[in-house]
Design a protein. Structure first.
Length: 746
C-alpha cells in the first residue's frame, strides 16, 4: 500500500509506502527532501518569532566555520607538499600540525551538528516512512570522512578531511535550498488560485452580521461582497446588481452584468456593485476549489518520462553502494586507507540522483503553471507528453468551431401583396440597421407582427433556436408581444396565448400538427432553408404560418486563425461532426480543412482509431458534453468551456474558456516541455555516468564531486524554469484566465 501526501514546503507529492503510509494521517509535516525541510524552517517560523532568522544565522555560521577549517587545512596541505627538516624545527612543525588538526576538529564539529544532523534526521525520517533517501548516501560519506579524520587527529598521524566534509555539507545544503526554491516557483500557480478567496468575510446569519474567516463559511450563509472584492463561494445573488469579471473561471474577458437570481462562482470579481450572495457551495466544492483540486491531482500523476526517471533513481542507491565499495577497494590498492575513503566518498556524492529525480517533474510543474495562467488545466502529467507527439487534430463542429448558438440568417413573412424576403448578413451589423429601418416604414405591418409574436414566444423558451429568434427581433427594434399560458412541446416548439388567440413557434412538424398552413412564399422559404443547411423555426396563428426563420450557427471568429496556427506547426486538422453534409462542407471550405459529416459517436471513435493507424497520435477538441466517447478514444481529449465544470472525466485537458487560439500555444508549450525533459534527463544521465567513472578511478575529489552534484541540480532547475519565459507561438496575447494577483478592495 502507498499513499501520496504533499510536501509541507513545496506542496509537491511525497510517496509513503508500506506500513509507513499510515504516518500520513498524523499531523507531523512531511518533506520531500532536506532542502524543503531547511527552506521551510527558514521561511516559515511555524508561529515562533525569529526562528526563520535563527535558521539563516545557523547556515551563515556553518559557512564561516567551514572557511576557518579550510584555512587551518592549508597549513596541513603545505606540510605534506614541503616536509619539514629534521631537528627542532621538525618538532615545532609536528606540534603545530597537531594544533591545526585539533583546531579543524574544533571548528568542524559544530558544522556537522548544524548541517549534518538535520540531514541525518531527514534521512532517518524518510527511511521510517519507507522512502529511498539520497540524504542517506550524503550523510554516509560525510560521516566516514569525519570519523576517519577524528581517528587521525587522536593518533596524530594520517590525513584529515574535515574541510571536505564541511564543504560537502555546505554545498549540499545550498543545492537543496535552490532546488526547493525552484519547486515552489514551479507550483506557484496553485497557490495564486488558492489565494483568490478573501481571508475575512462579512456573513449574515439570521439577524446577525458577522466578520468571520473564509473557512468558516457554510452553505446557506448570506455573504456580503462589496465592489472590488472576489466572491468566496458558489451561490446565487440574493440582492444587488453588479458587473462580474469571470475571466479566471470561464476565460471570457468581458464582464457580465448580474442581478438578483443569477448564479455566481467562487474566485470571480465583483467590479462595481454591492452584492448579497446566498452560498450554495463552499470550500473544496466550489468551482475554484475543484479547479485547484484538479491542478493538485495533475501534479500527483506521473508521465512516461517521470516513470522512467523513477525506475532509474530506484536502482541508484544499491548501485552507488556497490560502486563506492569498488572505488574504495581500488583506492586501497592505489594509496591505502586515505585514498580508499576519498574515492568512496566521491562516488557517494557524485551519484546523488537529485538532478535525475527532478528532471521530469520540474519541467512538467512549470508547464502546468504556465498553462494554468492561460486558462488551461491538465488532468494528469502524461497529457502534456502525449500532446507533444500529436500530429492530427480533430474538431467537433457544433459548439467548438461554431458558437453553438444559432443566429437568424433569413426571415420570410407570409405573402401580403407587397412583402418579400428579409435576409440578414450575419457578419455585417449595418445590414440589421437597414432592415430595422424598413420595418418601421409602416407598410410592413405583417412583418412587424410576426416578429413581435415570435419574440414574445421565444423569450418564454430556453431552446437555443427560440432564443436566437428572440434576439433577432430585439436587434430589429421590435417589441415582444405579451404571451401567457405557454406550453412546451418537446422536440417541436411551444404554444402561447396572445391577444388574437393561440400562437405557436417551432418546427414545420409543429405547424402541421396545429393546422397552420404554409403559403407559396413561406413554403419556398422552408425549402431554401433546408437546401442551405439551416435550422427552421416558424411562427403562426389563426390557421396560417406567418413567418419562417432560417437559423445557422456562426463560425467562431478565432477558429480560422487558430486552425492556421495549428497547421503551421505541422499538424493536419479534420472536422468530425454529426451534422449533415452540406453544413459540414460549408464549414470545411471556410476553414480550409477536411470534414467527415453525419457521424454518430461510435463512428467518430472509428474515425479516430483509423487516423491513429495512418498518422500517429490524435487529439480531439470538443465541448466535452456530447463528445465523451471521442474524447476518451483519442490520445489526447481536449474539452472547451470547462469554466462551469472543471472535472469533466472524459477530457485529458480542459480549456476554461472557448478561445481556440490557445491550442497552438498549448501544442508549442507541450513540445518545448518534452524537449526540456529530454535535455534534463540527458544531462542527469550524462553527468552521473561521467562523474561516476572519474570517481571510481580516483580522478575526482569529494569537494569537486559535491560541487558537481549541486551544479547539476541547479542547472536542471534553471533549465526547467526557463520554460516560464519562453515565447509560445500562437498563444493569444490577451490570454484568458491569465495570471491572477490579489487586488485591493478599492
Amino acid at each position: 500500500m502507498s499513499v501520496q501526501v504533499p510536501c509541507e514546503y513545496c506542496r509537491l507529492p511525497v510517496t509513503l509506502s508500506g506500513r509507513h503510509a499510515k504516518d500520513s494521517e498524523q499531523p507531523q509535516p512531511v518533506f520531500c527532501c532536506f532542502g524543503c525541510r531547511l527552506a521551510f524552517e527558514v521561511t516559515h517560523s511555524s508561529g515562533e518569532k525569529g526562528r526563520a532568522a535563527w535558521m539563516l544565522t545557523r547556515l551563515g555560521v556553518a559557512v564561516f566555520l567551514s572557511m576557518s577549517v579550510m584555512i587551518f587545512t592549508i597549513y596541513l596541505y603545505g606540510r605534506d607538499i614541503y616536509p619539514p627538516d629534521a631537528g627542532s624545527a621538525s618538532l615545532i612543525s609536528r606540534n603545530l600540525a597537531g594544533l591545526m588538526r585539533y583546531a579543524s576538529l574544533l571548528f568542524a564539529t559544530p558544522v556537522f551538528f548544524i548541517l549534518g544532523v538535520p540531514i541525518l534526521r531527514n534521512a532517518l525520517t524518510q527511511r521510517r516512512r519507507g522512502l529511498v533517501s539520497t540524504d542517506a548516501m550524503v550523510i554516509l560519506g560525510v560521516a566516514a570522512a569525519f570519523i576517519y579524520s577524528y581517528v587521525s587527529t587522536l593518533r596524530s598521524t594520517g590525513h584529515t578531511y574535515y574541510e571536505t566534509a564541511c564543504m560537502v555539507l555546505v554545498l549540499v545544503t545550498l543545492g537543496r535550498w535552490f532546488e526547493a526554491s525552484g519547486k515552489v516557483r514551479a507550483t506557484e500557480a496553485v497557490e495564486s488560485l488558492a489565494s483568490l478567496i478573501p481571508s475575512v468575510l462579512t456573513i449574515r446569519r439570521g439577524t446577525q452580521s458577522l466578520s468571520l474567516p473564509s473557512d468558516q463559511l457554510r452553505v446557506g450563509d448570506l455573504v456580503q461582497v462589496p465592489a472590488g472584492q472576489r466572491i468566496a463561494c458558489d451561490g446565487r445573488i440574493n440582492a444587488g446588481r453588479a458587473s462580474i469579471d469571470e475571466q479566471i473561471v470561464t476565460g471570457e474577458s468581458t464582464p457580465i452584468v448580474k442581478q438578483a437570481g443569477d448564479s455566481v462562482r467562487a474566485g470571480t470579481m465583483n467590479l462595481d456593485g454591492d452584492l448579497t450572495i446566498l452560498a450554495t457551495d463552499v470550500g473544496a466544492e466550489t468551482t475554484l476549489g475543484r479547479l485547484v483540486a484538479l491542478l493538485e491531482a495533475a501534479k500527483h500523476s506521473k508521465g512516461r518520462y517521470q516513470r522512467l526517471a523513477d525506475r532509474a533513481a530506484a536502482v541508484f542507491l544499491p548501485l552507488t553502494i556497490i560502486l563506492a565499495l569498488l572505488a574504495g577497494a581500488l583506492g586501497l590498492s592505489r594509496g591505502g586507507a586515505d585514498e580508499a575513503i576519498m574515492s568512496a566518498l566521491s562516488v557517494l556524492l557524485i551519484a546523488c540522483p537529485c538532478a535525475l529525480g527532478i528532471a521530469t517533474p520540474m519541467a512538467v510543474w512549470v508547464a502546468f503553471g504556465r498553462a494554468a495562467e492561460h486558462g488551461v488545466l491538465f488532468r494528469h502529467g502524461e497529457a502534456i507528453e502525449r500532446l507533444a507527439a500529436v500530429r492530427t487534430f480533430c474538431f467537433d463542429k457544433t459548439g467548438t468551431l461554431t458558437t453553438g448558438i444559432p443566429e437568424v440568417t433569413s426571415f420570410v413573412e407570409r405573402d401580403n401583396g407587397n412583402n418579400g424576403e428579409q435576409k440578414i448578413d450575419a457578419e455585417a451589423e449595418h445590414g440589421m440597421a437597414d432592415m430595422t429601418q424598413s420595418v418601421r416604414q409602416g407598410s410592413r405591418t405583417l412583418h412587424e407582427q410576426a416578429l413581435s409574436v415570435a419574440s414574445g414566444l421565444g423569450a418564454m423558451s430556453r431552446h437555443l433556436s427560440s432564443q436566437g429568434v428572440a434576439a433577432y427581433a430585439r436587434r430589429a427594434g421590435v417589441e415582444p408581444a405579451p404571451v401567457s399560458n405557454t406550453r412546451t412541446i418537446p422536440g417541436r416548439g411551444l404554444d402561447g396565448q396572445i391577444a388574437g388567440g393561440m400562437a405557436s413557434l417551432g418546427n414545420t412538424e409543429l405547424m402541421r400538427q396545429r393546422g397552420l398552413l404554409f403559403d407559396e412564399r413561406t413554403g419556398q422559404a422552408v425549402q431554401r432553408a433546408v437546401e442551405q443547411g439551416c435550422t427552421i423555426a416558424c411562427v403562426g396563428w389563426n390557421q396560417a404560418v406567418r413567418g419562417v426563420f432560417g437559423l445557422r450557427e456562426q463560425i467562431r471568429p478565432e477558429a480560422k486563425p487558430a486552425i492556421q496556427a495549428l497547421q503551421s506547426l505541422g499538424t493536419q486538422v479534420i472536422v468530425l461532426t454529426g451534422d449533415h453534409q452540406r453544413r459540414a462542407r460549408d464549414v470545411a471550405e471556410t476553414l480550409g480543412v477536411a470534414a467527415h459529416a453525419e457521424l454518430d459517436p461510435q463512428e467518430k471513435v472509428r474515425h479516430i482509431k483509423a487516423l491513429r493507424r495512418q498518422a500517429g497520435p490524435v487529439a480531439i477538441v470538443g465541448d466535452g458534453l456530447n463528445d465523451a466517447p471521442a474524447l476518451s478514444a483519442a490520445d489526447v481529449g481536449i474539452a472547451m468551456g470547462c469554466g462551469a465544470d472543471v472535472t469533466r472525466e472524459s477530457a485529458d485537458i480542459c480549456l476554461l474558456g472557448n478561445d481556440l487560439r490557445t491550442l497552438a500555444g498549448l501544442l508549442t508549450l507541450s513540445r518545448k516541455t518534452v524537449r526540456t525533459i529530454k535535455l534534463n534527463l540527458f544531462w542527469a544521465f550524462f553527468y552521473n555516468a561521467i562523474g561516476l567513472s572519474l570517481a571510481v578511478c580516483g580522478r575526482l575529489s569529494p569537494i569537486l564531486a559535491a560541487a558537481a552534484m549541486v551544479t547539476s541540480s541547479v542547472l536542471v532547475v534553471a533549465n526547467s524554469l526557463w520554460l516560464k519565459t519562453q515565447p509560445l507561438e500562437g498563444w493569444p496575447a490577451a490570454s484568458p484566465g491569465g495570471r491572477v494577483q490579489p487586488e485591493s478592495a478599492t
